[in-house]
Structure formats: structure tokens, C-alpha cells
Design a protein around this ligand. Structure first.
Ligand code: RFL
Ligand code: PHB
Length: 392
């Protein structure tokens, strides 16, 4: 087999890149380790920036955004002594879109099916060969599929295989630097077929820890509570979850919260991570393969999308104008935005969570930061500008 770009990973980053390439006449093959149903069953992001919406349009992906997407003009942050509404529209004239990652991924798979592009599922033992070669010689990706060892010759490899993927490991250790923060808590999340407690998201900082009220539609809610890393999902009954959530959100919402059985429940650890550089020879990393943020700022999928944008622009220049300059500086370009979303996600996490080792001094600093935010329009504007998405 031969292709121009071999994309390792069929999550949102890989599929979006594949569709953009298709529209630009660049040939791509997608290799995914899991079954399609597995990829589609993962409940993850819920808030999309305009940049990602524009990319889906550019990739000519028909979405169900008109019927299933919910534009949000603001979000609520709640604290022990009150609430602050961050008005996105007033500060940025830009809403965000509440539309599940599951839906985005389904739309992308359907668009890929329609184009007849090659996507191989259940590939194992992916190995990238000759990634370091400069000049005209291409590289290879070998893998096991249907019990047979196969090889694809290609010009470039896009490593879109998420945090636990293999692509990043192909950058020699001495050529890569990794930056990491592990947070001392996780998020216990549930999905329930109940109406959302409020029409906007609520990020709650409470004495009992962080909580988030989110949603997918008028009858499907997504809620999270900060929990110790040692907790197990089996140890959390639905009742215990609802009780804990009620303790953490403003009383007026706790009183009207509609509860019901959870249809999904999981614990996600929180981590910040960046790999530099995001490229090596003919290999280019995009999305979670190169960086991770704690979900507090809703930036993971959105930052994956901005990487895909920069990588696609660079590939287009290379194939349509024989200009490789943007490819050579891809990592530098992408990392500038990556670090800004790292900063924002880290800051939101510090602002809203209870850290187990926090002393009284740090609690006072957190309270001062909150008061500053609640009383300073410029601080609210900064939050809004980052939340709706920095320009590409
Ligand atoms: P993914 O989605 O992990 O996809 C990578 C794909 O690669 C496959 N793979 C391999 N394929 C072939 N060979 C291998 N060796 C492979 N190894 C792995 C995997 O099976 C998978 O299909 O990475 P991608 O595409 O870069 O997308 C990143 C996003 O999924 C992620 O950043 C977001 O989900 C993060 N995130 C959020 N982001 C937002 O922008 N807004 C949000 O509101 C938001 N909320 C969240 C989140 C993540 C969460 N969790 C569970 C970590 C909420 C949560 C709870
Ligand atoms: C979600 O709806 O899953 C969600 C929303 C906002 C976040 C994180 C997760 O910051």
C-alpha cells in the first residue's frame, strides 16, 4: 500500500485531518487500534470552540449541529459566597457550542465513509520506519491487521494516536522534552437522562471540592465531581453522587436538581502534559498524542483541532505549492497556542479545585483571585477570551 499521509489514530484529530486532506486532494489512510463502536462509545468533551466548527465546515463534514448543537453565550462560576456569570457574547461576541465529542466523531466517521477513504480498525503493533529520513525517501508504517503483517509507504506520518499512543515514542528520547503536572485528584463523571439543572454550564468551587454541571441536550445531563484518585467507580452509588453534587452547587440549583439513574459513570485522572518538539523528521504529532490538559477549561479537543489546522495548512502548502517551510516550523507554530491553552487549563484548575495539600495561605489567595474575578470586568474578559478559544 502507498499513501501520501499515514494517520495513526482514528479519534477526532486523525479523522478531522483525514477529511481535510481529502478535500484538498491529499491521499491519506487512517489506522485505528480499536473497533469503531469503541471509539464512538467514549464519552468525553462537550464544549466546542468556533475554530473547530469552522474546521468541520472546511472539511465539508455534514454535522447535526443545527438540530443537536446548543450555542452558549456564557457560563456560571459559583463559589462559597456567590456566583459570577462570564458573558462570552459581551466580552468576545463569540458563543461556544455544546455538542458532544461522540457526535463529532460520528459525523467524522460518516463523512469518511461517504468519501470512501481507507480506515483500518483493530490494527496492532504499529511501527514507524525511517521517520528521521530527510530528502526524497519516504517513510513506512507497518502494522498487524487481520492477522497479517502489512506495510504502508508514505511521505509523512501524522501521529494522532492520543496520550497512550506509540507515535510520540518515535521521537528519540534525547531529542524530546516532556513537561508534566499530575493533579492530586480526578473527576468522577456521570451521564443521566435528566434535564440539565441550568441552561448554562456551572463550574462550582465549594468547600467540598469542585463540581461541574454540563449537558448534552434538554434531556441528557453530564455532571462531574472532583474525587480522590484512590476512589473507584464501584464505590460511588448514584445516590452518593447526587448527594455530593448537591452539596457543591448553589442552593437554588441543588433544590431543583432532577436526579435519575446514571447511564455512564467513570473516573478520569487530571494531567497537564506537553511533548516538545511535536515533530521529528517525517513524523508530526497532533492532539492528545502531543499534549494533555485537565478538562477544567474544555480545551483538549479544541487544542487538538488547532494542531490539525496548522498541520493541514502545512501539508497543503507542501502538496499544492511545493513549499515545505510551514511543515518545517509546524511544531513551533502549534506549540505557541498549545502553551496558552496549557496555562488557561492549569489556571482554571487551580482556581476551582480543592487541593488536598492547600494551606490557609493558598486558600486566601484562591479567595482573593475569585473576588478579583467577580468584581473586575477585565478579568472576566480574559477568562471569556480564553474559554471561547484563542484565534488560530
Ligand atoms: P483520542 O481521542 O485519544 O484518539 C486517539 C485515537 O488513537 C487510537 N490509538 C491508536 N491507533 C493505532 N495505533 C495505536 N498504537 C494507537 N494508540 C491509540 C485510540 O484508540 C484513539 O481512537 O485523541 P485525539 O484524537 O487527539 O482527541 C483528543 C480528545 O479526545 C481529548 O483532548 C478530549 O476528549 C479532552 N476533553 C475535552 N476537550 C475539550 O476540548 N472540551 C471538553 O469539554 C473536554 N472534556 C475531555 C473532557 C476529556 C475527558 N477525559 C475522559 C479525559 C472531559 C473528559 C472527562
Ligand atoms: C462536558 O460536558 O463533558 C464538559 C464540559 C466542560 C468541561 C469539561 C467537560 O470543561
Amino acid at each position: 500500500m502507498r499513501t501520501q499521509v499515514c494517520i495513526v489514530g482514528g479519534g477526532p484529530s486523525g479523522l478531522l485531518l483525514a477529511q481535510l486532506c481529502h478535500v484538498a486532494g491529499i491521499d491519506a489512510v487512517v489506522l485505528e487500534r480499536r473497533k469503531r463502536e469503541h471509539v464512538l462509545a467514549r464519552i468525553r468533551a462537550g464544549v466546542l470552540e468556533q475554530g473547530l466548527l469552522r474546521l468541520l465546515e472546511e472539511a465539508k463534514v455534514p454535522t447535526r449541529m443545527d438540530s443537536h448543537g446548543y450555542p452558549h453565550d456564557g457560563t456560571v462560576l459559583s463559589f462559597a459566597d456567590g456566583e459570577v456569570r462570564i458573558d462570552f457574547r459581551a466580552h468576545t461576541e463569540t458563543p461556544v457550542m455544546v455538542y458532544g465529542q461522540t457526535e463529532v466523531t460520528r459525523d467524522l466517521y460518516e463523512a469518511r465513509d461517504a468519501t470512501g477513504g481507507v480506515t483500518l480498525h483493530e490494527v496492532e503493533d504499529v511501527e514507524i520506519g525511517n521517520a528521521d529520513l530527510e530528502g526524497d525517501a519516504g517513510c513506512t508504517v507497518s502494522f498487524t491487521h487481520d492477522g497479517t503483517r502489512k506495510e504502508i509507504a508514505c511521505d509523512y506520518v501524522a501521529g494522532c494516536d492520543g496520550f497512550h499512543g506509540v507515535s510520540r515514542q518515535n521521537i528519540p528520547v534525547e531529542k524530546r522534552q516532556e513537561f508534566e503536572r499530575i493533579y492530586p485528584f480526578g473527576w468522577l463523571g456521570i451521564l443521566s437522562e435528566t434535564p440539565p439543572v441550568h441552561h448554562e454550564l456551572i463550574y462550582a468551587n465549594s468547600a467540598h471540592g469542585f463540581a461541574l454541571c454540563s449537558m448534552r441536550n434538554e434531556s441528557l445531563s453530564r455532571y462531574y465531581v472532583q474525587c480522590p484518585l484512590t476512589d473507584k467507580v464501584e464505590g460511588w452509588s448514584d445516590e452518593a453522587f447526587w448527594d455530593e453534587l448537591r452539596r457543591r452547587i448553589p442552593a437554588r440549583h441543588a433544590e431543583t436538581l432532577v436526579t435519575g439513574p446514571s447511564i455512564e459513570k467513570s473516573i478520569a485522572p487530571l494531567r497537564s502534559f506537553v511533548c516538545e518538539p511535536m515533530q521529528y523528521g517525517r513524523l508530526f504529532l497532533a492532539g492528545d498524542a502531543a499534549h494533555i490538559v485537565p478538562p477544567t477549561g474544555a480545551k483538549g479537543l479544541n487544542t487538538a483541532a488547532s494542531d490539525v489546522h496548522y498541520l493541514f495548512q502545512a501539508l497543503k502548502a507542501r502538496y499544492q505549492e511545493a513549499d515545505s517551510a510551514a511543515l518545517a516550523t509546524y511544531s513551533e507554530t502549534a506549540l505557541r497556542r498549545v502553551w496558552k491553552t496549557q496555562r488557561f487549563s492549569w489556571w482554571m484548575t487551580k482556581l476551582l479545585h480543592r487541593f488536598p495539600d492547600t494551606d490557609e495561605y493558598e486558600l486566601r489567595i484562591q479567595r482573593a483571585e475569585i473576588e478579583h474575578l467577580a468584581t473586575t470586568p477585565a478579568a472576566q474578559a480574559t477568562l471569556a477570551i480564553n474559554y471561547v478559544g484563542l484565534p488560530y
